[in-house]
Design a protein around this ligand. Structure first.
Ligand code: NAD
Length: 313
């Protein structure tokens, strides 16, 4: 692959200022003779680029050699068409474990220690204590982490650090440090019944779409919480709303939704013991640095005639 110029698409602005990545990447790839420039979606801006670093997909990318997604999930990208067009697609898997792990730990602690309620009461200057039996501690509770990749690993580390016992669900029954019992996906419904927290960390694929539906929610304990930091489509959202309303589960912490931004009329905004976060579980001010490291390593590998990091297509 020939690599003279990399564009940084303006869509990355949803996560960090594009100029930060342009400057850092330009410094890091200067020696390799690669230019880095900010681009918008116009074909003109992209004309001299061989590659782009982006959040969104654009049709003009089908004429490039390489597209790098700043996210781990590549569900936004038309993988088959990129493959047919000989466009290499890479993602940013591997950089989110710490940030998402800490966010999940925050959700777990907020729900048990009732911090979300105090934060809500504070906006009304209300001094309201929980009932005697509302607050609890998480050590010794069980979590089930569904999907043990980069995200899952970061989540397992934080939850075991808080004293939770952790089970995991993955496609193959390979043991994982810190995970007491690893189950395969065909046993999902059976194992989530044991968990106080069911944490979703799988990619959105044909196999995972809607994989947490009415039956899975019914299989969860009525004192259990669902935490979704994966993709909204992994959960059947109307089944989730029904399960929350019917007290089939105790609550949820949701970073991702079927439709984003979550529409103002969604019942999820107002349901008790539901924490809504705006798809920002992985946000950190170091995000652009982490993306730059992956892209720089890929530039080095491409120059050596090797595969770029995290090739998906
Ligand atoms: P990853 O590729 O490192 O790990 C995904 C893991 O899920 C892999 O181990 C894979 O084998 C496993 N998996 C795939 N299908 C499965 C199935 N049906 N059942 C069980 N396990 C399955 O990716 P990652 O960095 O851990 O990210 C995972 C997903 O989380 C991404 O695809 C993305 O959609 C989402 N994500 C969300 C945020 C956020 O801000 N909320 C941030 C990063 C990633």
């Amino acid at each position: 692959m020939r690599l003279d110029r990399i564009g940084v698409d303006e869509s990355v602005a949803a996560v960090f200022p594009p100029a930060r990545l342009v400057d850092r990447l330009a410094d890091a790839t200067d020696e390799a003779g690669v230019d880095v420039t900010a681009v918008d979606g116009s074909p003109d801006a992209l004309a001299d680029c061989d590659a782009v670093v982006t959040l969104e997909h654009r049709e003009t990318y089908l004429d490039l050699s390489w597209v790098h997604s700043i996210q781990a999930g590549v569900d936004r990208f038309p993988r088959e068409r990129l493959r047919e067009g000989n466009v290499v697609l890479t993602n940013s898997t591997g950089i989110h474990g710490d940030a998402v792990g800490e966010t999940v730990a925050g959700f777990v602690l907020a729900l048990a220690r009732r911090i979300h309620e105090y934060a809500a009461a504070q906006t009304d200057s209300e001094w309201t204590r929980p009932d005697w039996d509302e607050a609890w501690t998480v050590a010794g509770e069980r979590a089930c982490v569904v999907g043990i990749g980069g995200l899952g690993r970061g989540i397992v580390d934080r939850l075991t650090g808080l004293g939770l016992d952790v089970d995991g669900v993955r496609r193959t029954p390979v043991p994982e440090p810190g995970v007491d019992r690893v189950y395969t996906t065909d046993r999902l419904r059976e194992v989530i019944g044991d968990a106080r927290f069911v944490v979703l960390a799988v990619p959105l694929t044909d196999a995972t779409r809607g994989s947490i539906g009415r039956d899975e929610l019914a299989a969860m304990d009525d004192e259990a919480y669902l935490i979704n930091v994966a993709r909204g489509g992994v959960v059947d959202q109307s089944a989730l709303v029904a399960a929350l309303r019917d007290d089939e589960i105790a609550g949820a912490a949701l970073d991702v939704f079927e439709t984003e931004p979550l529409p103002a009329d969604s019942p999820l905004w107002d349901l008790e013991d539901v924490i809504v976060s705006p798809h920002c579980a992985a946000y950190t001010r170091d995000y652009y640095r982490h993306v730059s490291e992956i892209v720089t390593e890929s530039v080095r590998r491409i120059a050596d005639g090797d595969e770029p990091v995290n090739r998906v297509v």
